[in-house]
Design a protein around this ligand. Structure first.
Ligand code: SF4
Length: 182
């Protein structure tokens, strides 16, 4: 869908949350990542994007820095294994959800945070999205029930300068982007 924002289906999310053996569909998981947040983090790459940042500007989507990630085969991993993998690593202090576009996998994203929280982990979750806050109001409302959730908002816009973000403690690639503890 060129130029548009894909509608995210929130239906039945609470029913899904009650089921056991919930899983994530991911491109990859990096156990120790140091470039996206001020603390060492587990990085989870989600598998979908509508490439809005490029389509809205009538640019070729191959310009997206995450375009090559599309070629990586999707993997299915139980959330409880993600949790065990994270909790056993004494180095990491946060979990980063990144690109492609995590909010296009919102049910799984929510389910994962819920699992961590109900199993006693209150560590920071950092979600990198290309959406602006007003485009994902309902999802942000759902996430507000959790503590320590940080969202990096905003499209990647080619040719804008990078800027340091105080909340994340790292540089963001486009000066229109910003992060906020929701
Ligand atoms: S949201 Fe991320 S993956 Fe999607 S087009 Fe923008 S920069 Fe690329």
């Amino acid at each position: 869908m060129y130029g548009g924002v894909e509608k995210i289906n929130l239906k039945h999310i609470d029913e899904i949350s009650k089921k056991n053996n919930s899983f994530l569909e991911v491109k990859t998981i990096i156990d120790e990542n140091f470039q996206d947040y001020k603390f060492a983090s587990m990085f989870i790459a989600f598998p979908k994007c509508n490439f809005k940042c490029f389509k809205e500007l009538n640019l070729d989507i191959s310009g997206c820095q995450n375009f090559k990630t599309l070629k990586i085969k999707n993997k299915i991993i139980l959330i409880k294994y993600v949790f065990e993998r994270y909790i056993k690593n004494p180095i990491t202090k946060a979990i980063v959800f990144g690109g492609l576009e995590p909010f296009l996998s919102f049910n799984e994203l929510y389910e994962c945070i819920l699992y961590f929280r109900t199993n006693g982990c209150e560590d920071d979750f950092v979600i990198y999205t290309g959406y602006y806050k007003h485009e994902i109001k309902q999802e942000i409302l759902k996430l507000k029930k959790f503590k320590n959730i940080i969202v990096k908002f905003g499209r990647f816009i080619p040719n804008l300068s990078s800027k340091f973000d105080e909340v994340l403690g790292v540089n963001l690639v486009s000066s229109n982007q910003y992060a906020e503890m929701i």
